[in-house]
Design a protein around this ligand. Structure first.
Ligand code: NDP
Length: 307
């Protein structure tokens, strides 16, 4: 079994920053890219608040550049999922979806979080035929159409605003009468003449025909009143859940499945570090993820020096 000093699992801003730092420290990290290389930023458009880019930067471009930067320092990338880990003894064991197992002196987990679904019976089968969790990927297909976006956070505001570039009307369906989104994102959505809000409301049913989604049932949660609404698209923007399923019982998670960390990126297993959204349900920003990736890399380096 090949032995590595550092294995990094996941390639969002956290994992890629950890890759840059550990590669530069000559630790020759192996990076397992996962099912969504580049992470959530590859599903977004312009990132306006990542320091160093006066006029913003496109999410996919930022991630591609981080990967190139890590590769320049000889980080090794492998396009596989991590399927299993064994943290019961050192060296740790990490197995990927190609069936290859590695020994690792340190592991950095940066697998991020994935989009949540409402759980309506036919939503999965209608994915790609009207139901979507990625406005950046699918917004283009809704030129001159009617779209409903579910959620009240920054993602919902950003997605709705983005989709108005194509759609003739976008309704935001939110279960409360106030938004969780930041003020600038709210203002942008409020000012957009193509966006309208359905407050205190939930989507309870999706109707479809041969070509896909054609309508939804929206229930007013205060009055119980139900209305049938015509729609061509239904976008979910209701948050994310951490990608920690592959860890099984190997590490301590909180009640929502996020990895519990202390002193920055330390987990309950010495030598296993976690960074980015997989351990952060609060900040969830590219820059905080990148910062925690840097911390994880430095901690891994010091751990290796001490052992
Ligand atoms: P959030 O968790 O912030 O918001 C999720 C929204 O979905 C909430 O309004 C929540 O309602 C609603 N919701 C959750 N579950 C359900 C459900 N089952 N049914 C109906 N509604 C539901 O997630 P976001 O993805 O919006 O944002 C995540 C993080 O990423 C945030 O920190 C955000 O600031 C950041 N972000 C930043 C962007 C930027 O700066 N460009 C762009 C996008 C995100 P309720 O309010 O009632 O809880």
């Amino acid at each position: 079994m090949e032995r590595r000093k550092v294995i990094i699992i996941g390639t969002g801003p956290a994992g890629l920053t950890a890759a840059i730092y550990t590669a530069r420290a000559d630790l020759k990290p192996l990076v397992l890219e996962g099912h969504e290389p580049g992470g959530q930023l590859t599903l977004t458009t312009e990132v306006e608040n990542f320091p160093g880019f006066e006029h913003g930067v496109m999410g996919p471009e930022l991630m591609a550049n981080m990967k190139k930067q890590a590769t320049r320092f000889s980080a090794e990338f492998k396009s596989v999922m991590c399927t299993e880990v064994d943290f019961s003894k050192r060296p740790f064991k990490v197995t990927d979806s190609s069936g290859t197992s590695y020994e690792a002196d340190t592991v950095i987990i940066s697998t991020g979080a994935s989009a949540k679904w409402l759980g309506l019976p036919n939503e999965k089968e209608l994915t790609g035929r009207g139901v979507s969790t990625c406005a950046t990927c699918d917004g283009f297909f809704y030129r001159d159409k009617i779209v409903h976006v579910v959620g009240g956070g920054d993602t919902a505001m950003e997605d709705a605003t983005f989709i108005t570039k194509f759609a003739k009307k976008v309704y935001i369906v939110h279960r409360k009468d106030t938004l969780r989104a930041s003020k600038p994102m709210q203002e942008r959505a409020f000012k957009n003449p193509k966006i309208e809000f359905l407050w205190d409301s939930a989507v309870t049913e999706i109707q479809s025909n041969a070509s896909g989604v054609c309508g939804i049932t929206v229930e007013n949660l205060k009055t119980g009143e139900k209305q049938q609404r015509e729609t061509d698209g239904l976008f979910y923007a209701i948050g994310h859940q951490p990608n920690t399923g592959f860890l099984k019982d190997q590490i301590t998670l909180d009640e929502h499945g996020f990895i519990k960390t202390h002193n920055g990126p330390e987990t309950n297993i010495p030598g296993v570090f976690a960074c980015g959204d997989v351990q952060d349900s609060y900040y969830r920003q590219a820059i905080t993820a990148a910062g925690s990736g840097c911390q994880a890399a430095i901690k891994a380096e010091r751990f290796l020096e001490g052992h």
